[in-house]
Every structure is written in C-alpha cells, then in structure tokens.
Design a protein around this ligand. Structure first.
Ligand code: FDA
Length: 569
C-alpha cells in the first residue's frame, strides 16, 4: 500500500541510525522510516538507571551474538553483546564518552577516504553534544574539561554522574600513575588521549538517567509527521530494481514483522545502520559480498565485494580486582590510557621489533584465513599504519578502567589496537539463521603478550604508593593462581581463560578505496550501488582508542550532512 513507501528507509534504529533519521527528517519534504527489530525501552529501568551497567545483559534487549570457537584464545565461544531496542547498543552500554586520538582519525583520510580527518569530524562531535558543565561538587571530585572541546546545543547529553566517587581518590590515583610515568589529562576529548583521566558519560545529570540515542535523537522528535519508526520488525534483505548505469538500485527492504513478510519501499535510499555484526550480514543476504560464498547459499550476486564481513576488529577485555580498604560510593569514571612507551619503558624497542618482524607473515595468514577475500598487501598496509600509530604517533596503547566500588577496587582493561583480524559470514540464505562470527582474538601472538604486559602493569600500579595503601588482597587473578614471578605462560593462560569481548566490533564494511578492500567509499555508499549506504560501526576501518559511541554519533552526523547535500539545492 501507499503507507509503506518512504524516501529513506533506515535499517536499525540504534546509535547511528537514529542520528541519520533525525537529521534527514529535518528536510520537511522527505519521508523517513526506521525499521527496528527491538521495541521502546524508554521505561525500562535496566536501561535508564545510571548505575545499572550489566542489568540488561542476557535479557530480551540483548542480541547476545555467539562467536565461533576462539581457537587462538583457549577454544571457547564468546558472547558479543549488542542492544536490540530503539536506541540500539547505546541503551545497554557503559556510557563512557571518550572520542579518539587525532592521528587515528587522520589515518582514515591517509588511507584514501577523502574528507575524513580529525579537523572535519571535530565539529560533528560538538554538533551532537550537549555538554553539562560540572557543578562545584563534581569539579572537586575530578570532573574537568576544556570548554573548546565541547558542544552546547546538540541532542546528546554528556557529563558526569550526579554521584561521583569520593574526592580523595583522584589525587591518590594521580600520584600513583605519575610514578609509572602516566600524567594527568584534564580532558581526553580533544584528540590527545594519553594519561589518567576522569571522563564524562552519556547521561542526563539532572534526571539521573542514561542518555541513549533514543532519548537524545528520537523521542523528542517522534511527532515529526515525516518520521516514522516501525519497531518489532526485522529487515531480511534489500529488494533490488533494475540496474542504472551498471549500478545496483535498491527499491526497498523485505521485512518480517507483525504482518508477516512485506516490503517497505524506498524511493530515494536504503541506509543500513544495523550494527557491525548485522549490516555486513544484510549486505551478504542481499547479494553483496564474496561471489563464491554467496553462490554456496544460492544467493544471486548483485555486487562482488569479497571483503564484506572481513576486517572484523574487536578488543579483548580482562580484569584485575582487589579488596578495598575503604568503602566507595558513587559511580567512578576514572581511566588510565598509557602509551606503549609508558607500559614498556626500556623494553619498548624489543616489543616494537617483535611486532614489526611479525607483520609480514601475519598479513599473509590473515589473507589465507579469509580464503583470499582480503589481499595480503592491503592487510599489511593497514597493520603497518596501526604499528605507526602505536609506536610513532604514541596513541594510547591500553585503556585501564579503575572501579572503586563498595568494598572492592577492580579494574578492567583492554589493548586498544589489537592486530588480530576476524570475519563475519552468513551460513544460510535464511535471514533468521545466525551468521558465523569469528573475531579471531589473539590470532596475532603479540596481542596476547600485550594483554599480559598490561595486566602486569596494572598489578604494579596497585602495588605502587599511595594506591597500594587503599587495597588489600588481590582477588583476581590472585597471587595463588598467578604468583608475583609467574612466567608469561601462566599469565597467558589466565588471560585466555578469563577474557571477554570488549564489545567494540568495527570494520566489517570498511570505508576504504575499493581496491584496498573497502566496502563503502567516503560518501558511505556501498560500491557498485546507486543508493545503498552503511552508517554504523561497520564502516569504521580501523579500531579506535576511544569508546565507540562518541565517534559514531559524529560520523553519523557528518554522514547525514553528506546525504542531505545531495537532496537540498
Ligand atoms: P547499534 O547496535 O547501536 O544499532 C543497531 C540497531 O539495529 C539495533 O537497534 C538493532 O536492534 C537493530 N537491528 C539489527 N539487525 C536488525 C534487523 N535485521 N532489522 C531491524 N533492526 C535491526 N561505547 C561507548 O561509547 N561507551 C561505552 O561505555 C561502551 N560500552 C559498551 C558496553 C557494551 C556491553 C556494549 C555491547 C557496547 C559498548 N560500547 C560502548 C560500544 C557502543 O555502544 C557500540 O559500538 C555502538 O552503540 C554501536 O552503534 P551502531 O550504530 O553501530 O549499532
């Protein structure tokens, strides 16, 4: 019927999709529909409470994607969480708001994505943000910032929790990390991230609720007559019309919802924002991918791009924890972001050589593991660029989240830019069947070593004054399991037995030149198509040192402007 025809069909009402829906529907004369598998979580306490991290895990709003057996990481499967709700993963995430290092956004442009550099993206971080200036009480507890790094008028509220951890802590952490060569960083959101920091979160301080993509970009705008969301509805695949000038033309999306299977028609564009573990799957189900693989599943080829679903990059998360000698109240937002130099000290050049010498063989292995879907030379270029970021631009090497809560003081950490590369592939042409997800954690052996080295650095931090006076016994890993002088092999088996996904998958429909293994170009349009774009974490070509949402909001803001430019004269 006529009700199911819109100018823009956006698949996925998540973090990125709702930004695009909001901005495109600012054009009064176009219609925008969002297809979302999940439902409203506006009144879901697990979502709104600012101290509820983890409460929604395993509930109906968690996709809880399962990986393949992780053969380089102890063999077990991992759960990769993602939000299934209006608001997407921003409704279940940790709310940390940290952007990226300038050099790593500039690397997008160096890799061939014209216009995607820090200076061009920075105004969009500000456009999305509504910064909440800390109160005197919050400032006393460590909330600090540079005004020029923040936006005042955006939809997304960013600031510190109403109840922050006791004010005595920051000076103690600062002094401790100074001893380890890591200095205090007032505000990590200006493109220079190394240091110890008290970062802001995506929350509404006054109402004391999480500010997710739906609260920021959708609910206040839901009455726009040209903006509609269809929830509880799954997109299955893109529906194609006749090619135009050799390019594939999308005319709509096949969906499964309360009315069974139907087609929602798009007169202008289809935009995939289903997340990095779904958008590449939808592309494959729609005939865009590796021709051999699509053939196996009797899917007729629309565009042959072998790298769809390749370049999957996630981080591995481990934690150390200690008995606390005090009782801590409030929501902590302390993070240490040391550079490789700060972690490795005198051993830096040894470690850098180990990595450097392994890259060639490793790039070949990645290409082989992909069955030739990614080219060795392209992988090597990307790894080399990453090496340069770590060892020459000195971007942060690890994030160490410090969590003094109640009677314990724990930490979570991850190597920020692992070299391991994985993939996600369909296993059936039936959209309801799960894909094969393989992040290949620790496939690159030095990644495992890095995860061990950072753990040892954290143990050292907790035994350094004055922090050592606040903690007692080590609960995890515990000296009985991993003694003070334990060989690396013991640490490695601890890492492999306890790690989890850091839930930051990117790269599965990378923005890169087509001959470099890209799936979308700098306009985020899928190669070989006239009117299909991807706007979500899939297009981020290389892992970031910040948490992802801040950069995704900015990316989606900029993408919206690029799209609008085509339709406003
Ligand atoms: P997102 O997942 O937000 O949106 C995709 C949407 O598409 C979802 O709503 C989904 O239901 C929908 N969808 C999927 N398939 C569909 C289909 N076939 N049909 C219709 N709809 C479909 N980041 C950060 O900045 N700070 C943090 O503290 C954390 N912490 C954190 C913790 C946890 C547990 C997780 C899982 C993740 C984080 N992250 C994070 C990461 C961050 O939240 C995440 O990278 C982004 O929210 C992803 O945004 P996207 O727009 O890519 O997808």
């Amino acid at each position: 019927g006529t009700g199911s025809r819109y100018d823009f069909v956006i698949v996925g009402g998540g973090t990125s999709g709702l930004v695009v829906a909001n901005r495109l529907s600012e054009m009064r004369d176009v219609t925008v529909v969002v297809i979302e598998a999940g439902d409203s979580v506006l009144n879901n306490y697990n979502v709104s409470t600012t101290t509820g991290y983890g409460l929604s895990f395993g509930t109906s709003i968690d996709w809880a994607y399962q990986t393949e057996d992780q053969i380089y990481a102890g063999g077990s499967k991992q759960t990769m969480r993602a939000g299934k709700a209006i608001g997407g993963t921003s409704t279940i995430n940790g709310m940390s708001y940290t952007r990226a290092q300038k050099a790593q956004i500039d690397a997008w442009e160096k890799a061939g994505n014209k216009g995607w550099n820090w200076n061009n993206l920075f105004p969009y971080y500000l456009k999305s943000e509504q910064f909440q200036v800390p109160t005197a009480e919050q400032a006393a507890r460590g909330a600090d910032y540079y005004k020029s790094y923040h936006g005042d008028h955006g939809p997304l509220k960013v600031g510190w929790p109403k109840a922050m951890t006791n004010s005595s802590l920051l000076p103690i952490l600062d002094e401790t990390f100074q001893h380890l060569g890591v200095s205090y960083n007032r505000d990590v959101n200006g493109g220079s991230m190394v240091g110890l920091t008290v970062h802001p979160d995506t929350l509404d301080r006054e109402s004391n609720v999480r500010h997710d993509a739906a609260r920021a970009y959708f609910w206040p705008y839901e009455n726009r007559s040209n903006l509609k969301i269809i929830s509880n509805t799954y997109a299955n695949r893109i529906v194609w019309g006749d090619d135009s000038d050799g390019d594939a033309v999308a005319i709509g999306v096949e969906v499964a919802g309360v009315n069974g299977i139907e087609i929602i028609y798009a007169t202008k564009e289809v935009i995939l924002s289903a997340g990095s573990l779904k958008s590449p799957v939808l592309l494959q189900l729609s005939g865009i991918g590796n021709s051999d693989r699509l053939n196996q599943h009797d899917i007729s080829l629309k565009v042959n791009i072998s790298s769809v679903g390749e370049n999957l990059q996630d981080q591995a998360n481990n934690g150390l924890s200690y008995e606390g000698k005090e009782f801590w109240l409030g929501l902590p937002t302390f993070s240490a972001l040391p550079s490789a130099e700060q972690i490795y000290g005198n051993e830096l050049s040894d470690f850098a050589s180990t990595v450097s010498e392994s890259l060639g063989d490793y790039a070949r292995n990645v290409s082989i593991a992909s069955n030739g879907a990614v080219e060795e030379a392209n992988v090597l270029d990307a790894l080399q660029m990453q090496y340069d970021l770590i060892f020459e631009s000195h971007v942060p090497f690890a994030e160490i989240v410090l969590l003094p809560i109640g009677h314990s003081f724990s930490s979570e950490y991850w190597q920020l830019l692992p070299f391991s590369r994985g993939r996600i592939h369909i296993q059936s042409s039936d959209a309801s069947q799960p894909p094969a997800i393989n992040p290949s954690y620790f496939m690159f052996q030095p990644d495992l070593k890095a995860q061990v080295d950072v753990a040892q650095f954290i143990r050292k931090a907790f035994s350094t004054a004055p922090l050592n006076r606040l903690v007692g016994e080590e609960f995890a890993p515990g000296v009985e399991h991993v003694p003070e002088d334990a060989p690396d092999a013991v640490w490695e088996s601890w890492v492999k037995s306890k790690y989890r996904s850091n839930f930051h998958p990117v790269g599965t429909a990378s923005m890169l030149p087509r001959d470099k293994g890209g799936v979308v170009g700098p306009d985020l349009r899928v190669y070989g198509t006239k009117n299909v774009r991807v706007v979500d974490a899939s297009v981020v070509p290389f892992q970031l040192c910040g948490h992802l949402t801040s950069t995704l909001y900015a990316l989606a803001e900029r993408a919206s402007d690029l799209i609008k430019r085509r339709y406003i004269f």
